[in-house]
Ligand binder design. Structure first.
Ligand code: 5GP
Ligand code: ZN
Length: 127
């Protein structure tokens, strides 16, 4: 995807980042989607019948940093919707834990896509 000239330079992959490892293919993951911009894979500890993480290929810390590249953020939301439609009934929760005090444990921005929730009436609780 072409980014406009005003977009910030693409950050380098972080060798200590597990999601950079999944993007690079050096850390195994159950991928459900991959394209030039984002990768999506099932969460290791699912909190809903469908619990997928969507990450940009570029290492950015959180959704505030991702907002500097709005076309990537918009694409990520679009992919989340496609995943919810493909793997569940199309409805979904989209959660970006942002900052360690809000529960962000992996500092590579990721959207939690939670779907299929009505089938179980489960409370997804803390993510
Ligand atoms: P956070 O708490 O940062 O919002 O979410 C991080 C999520 O990443 C957690 O739900 C956790 O289960 C998931 N996670 C952490 N490490 C891995 C991993 O190596 N592979 C996968 N598939 N999920 C991971
Ligand atoms: Zn990373």
């Amino acid at each position: 995807m072409t980014q406009d000239a005003s977009a910030p330079a693409a950050p380098a992959a972080d060798p200590d980042c597990v999601f950079c490892g999944i993007v690079a293919g050096t850390v195994p993951a159950d991928l459900v989607h991959a394209d030039d911009t984002v990768v999506a894979f099932r969460d290791l500890a699912p909190k809903a019948p469908v619990h997928v993480l969507v990450v940009p290929r570029e290492h950015r810390r959180d959704v505030r940093e991702l907002a500097a590249v709005p076309e990537t953020l918009a694409h990520l939301v679009d992919v989340a919707g496609q995943i919810a439609a493909d793997l569940a009934d199309g409805d979904f929760r989209l959660v970006f834990n942002t900052g360690e005090n809000a529960g962000q444990t992996v500092l590579h921005v990721h959207a939690h896509v939670l779907a299929g929730i009505a089938q179980t009436e489960s409370d997804t609780g803390e993510l």
